[in-house]
Design a protein around this ligand. Structure first.
Ligand SMILES: CC(C)(COP(=O)(O)OP(=O)(O)OC[C@H]1O[C@@H](n2cnc3c(N)ncnc32)[C@H](O)[C@@H]1OP(=O)(O)O)[C@@H](O)C(=O)NCCC(=O)NCCS
Length: 323
């Protein structure tokens, strides 16, 4: 098989239809979105990332595309940690188990050969066994396992009553940053892939979410909801409507993304209340709301199930350091 960097012209629905259709693990496939919508969205997404400096590696044999790897610099993480970090956005292959494993291995080896990155981050569906084995063969290390749940508004929102006041963000960002900093470091309940990687600076992994919540609030497409007790902020959750996907999809999707509750107010249903309010906020805007976490974060999964969310997918996060 021949592996080459794809030109812009090769990134079209016509060129990529077969390889995308052959893949059982397209993102959002579990949401009941039609395959044509998904293909159009993914191709557009690859074209956009190409414009922003990503690269696409294509594995080809006799003019057939056997595999595709889309990767690029993870700007935000690279800036935060002060090292060149690459993220593999997509890795698709076709064929039987052996062909897919071999093709993914060769694509990953080609990426290492052309890349100047210090750390490469990749994700794989947990059921994509040929890809999981190829990633292991290529000396990546497992850093976390993520589970995704969703709520479909064709079901009724539960009648859970919020235990505290939840309001959109006004000027509480300094308190939210403090909550984020402690919640994802000394008072964390599950280990994210940054904290799991002991070669990353721990203080920087600790401060990541504090910066993340602040950046999130600057984007007008995001909503930040603040939980208050005695008029003091005690927790927050952030959400976003997935406009890019929704342009292509017959179902509109929104996501609840980052949440935390200050240590003194935990186990008082503050989190469950924020997610319930988040659902209400989304209820006249989208058809589906999704959210995700590390598999070991049991508290949030208890809350999601209580509010009517259902599990839909799971993914591994992998890191490889290039010395
Ligand atoms: C995860 C987190 C947001 C939960 O907040 P919270 O306000 O304590 O959650 P809730 O009180 O709504 O609890 C939800 C359920 O989990 C249970 N639960 C919460 N913490 C628990 C614990 N430490 N042990 C056992 N059960 C726990 C609650 O009892 C509740 O179940 P119930 O409805 O059957 O009583 C909070 O611990 C936190 O900020 N953690 C660090 C950051 C994080 O992991 N964020 C989420 C990922 S984005």
């Amino acid at each position: 098989m021949r592996i080459h960097i794809a030109s812009k012209d090769e990134i079209s629905t016509d060129h990529l239809r077969n390889i995308l259709t052959a893949n059982k693990f397209l993102p959002y496939a579990e949401y009941g979105i039609s395959i044509d919508c998904l293909i159009n969205y993914i191709v557009r997404n690859i074209q956009d990332s190409l414009e922003k400096g990503s690269f696409v590696l294509v594995a080809e044999e006799k003019n057939n595309i056997l595999g595709l790897l889309v990767g690029g610099k993870s700007e935000w993480d690279s800036k935060h940690f002060g090292i060149e970090i690459a993220i593999i956005r997509y890795l698709f292959t076709s064929g039987d188990y052996y062909e897919r494993r071999q093709c993914a291995k060769e694509l990953l080896a080609s990426l290492s050969a052309i890349s100047k990155f210090k750390l490469v981050i990749s994700r794989s569906h947990t059921e994509d066994i040929p890809l999981v084995h190829a990633i292991e063969d290529s000396s990546f290390q497992l850093m976390d396992t993520l589970v995704t749940y969703y709520f479909d508004f064709k079901n009724k929102i539960s009648d859970f009553k919020e235990s505290c006041k939840i309001e959109p963000l006004k000027d509480e960002m300094p308190e939210l940053k403090r909550i984020a900093k402690t919640s994802f470091s000394e008072a964390s309940v599950a280990t994210d892939h940054f904290h799991a990687d002991h070669r990353l600076n721990e203080a920087k992994s600790d401060s990541l979410y504090e910066q993340w919540v602040e950046e999130t609030s600057k984007d007008k497409d995001n909503v930040v909801l603040v939980a208050k007790i005695d008029n003091r902020p005690v927790g927050f959750t952030t959400g976003k409507i997935n406009n890019q996907l929704n342009n292509y999809s017959n179902k509109k999707i929104g996501s609840l993304i980052l949440s935390a509750v200050s240590l003194e107010y935990r186990q008082a249903h503050v989190y469950t209340s924020m997610i319930q309010t988040g659902l209400r906020w989304f209820s006249d805007k989208v058809d589906i709301v999704d959210l995700g976490t590390q598999i070991g974060n049991y508290s949030v999964q208890i809350a999601w199930q209580k509010l009517g969310f259902r599990i839909v997918s799971s993914r591994y996060t992998w890191h490889k350091w290039v010395d």
